[in-house]
Design a protein around this ligand. Structure first.
Ligand code: DGP
Length: 220
């Protein structure tokens, strides 16, 4: 008798500016999927628990300083150290909801002035998401939500530049069609945003997914 292969999990990334409600929505989405009987797991970058992640955490809290390129490569290495686990989880049927990914890597470093293509380079061939939801909010509106925190990039001017780079990434992802990119208006209430997100998840959940792709593979 032919062996039945288990359908792999979905790889869904949620991106956005600081204070866009990203982490709340990622947690709600995992809950919603689990209620629907889908085995779902939340992962988050930067993963501050690993030794690379601890160096990143110290940098973000301005407890240490690092060259812009060096910290960029550490953020990327922090994603690569989880890449084989991502493949394994997806293959075993677990759906992953990922709070930030390689797109933040480009957006934050390019916003500091590093060349866009250089910023993208270390993340080439990471597992490609089936869907990326970009929670879009103006830095003004984000600020109204109680202001930014204390960390290094949580400043209005920086967030404005980051949003511009995310705009470029979104246009390129949509044009290349290698991985779906959807912009969600994150200025609405948390419940409304949750509903919009769900409306984008359902079609992916009903699709039989092929192998996990590799990000920006055609650039190599
Ligand atoms: P979060 O834990 O989601 O609040 O993210 C921490 C901060 O780090 C946030 O300001 C965004 C920034 N960040 C996340 N990923 C990257 C990355 O890959 N590169 C750079 N330069 N910054 C990142």
């Amino acid at each position: 008798m032919a062996q039945q292969t288990k359908q792999r999990g979905m790889f869904i990334v949620i991106e956005g500016l600081d204070r866009s409600g990203k982490s709340t929505q990622a947690a709600r989405l995992v809950e919603h999927l689990q209620k629907d009987g889908i085995d779902a797991k939340l992962i988050k970058f930067p993963d501050r628990t690993t030794s690379i992640g601890k160096t990143i955490d110290s940098y973000l809290r301005s407890q240490s300083d690092l060259d812009d390129r060096a910290i960029h490569l550490l953020f990327s290495a922090n994603r690569w150290e989880l890449a084989s686990s991502i493949h394994q989880w997806l293959a075993s049927g677990i759906t992953l909801i990922c709070d930030r990914y390689a797109f933040s890597g480009i957006a934050f470093s390019a916003a500091k002035g590093l060349p866009y293509a250089w910023c993208r380079s270390p993340d080439i061939a990471l597992p490609a998401p089936d869907l990326t939801l970009f929670l879009d909010i103006t830095p003004e509106k984000a600020k109204e939500r109680g202001g930014y925190g204390e960390e290094r990039y949580e400043k209005e001017e920086m967030q404005r530049k980051v949003r511009d780079v995310f705009g470029r990434i979104g246009s390129e992802m949509s044009a290349s069609r290698e991985s779906s990119w959807v912009v969600v208006d994150a200025g609405e209430t948390m419940d409304e945003v949750e509903q919009v997100i769900w409306s984008h998840i359902e079609p992916v959940a009903k699709t039989v997914l092929g192998d996990v792709g590799k990000l920006w593979q055609d650039i190599l």
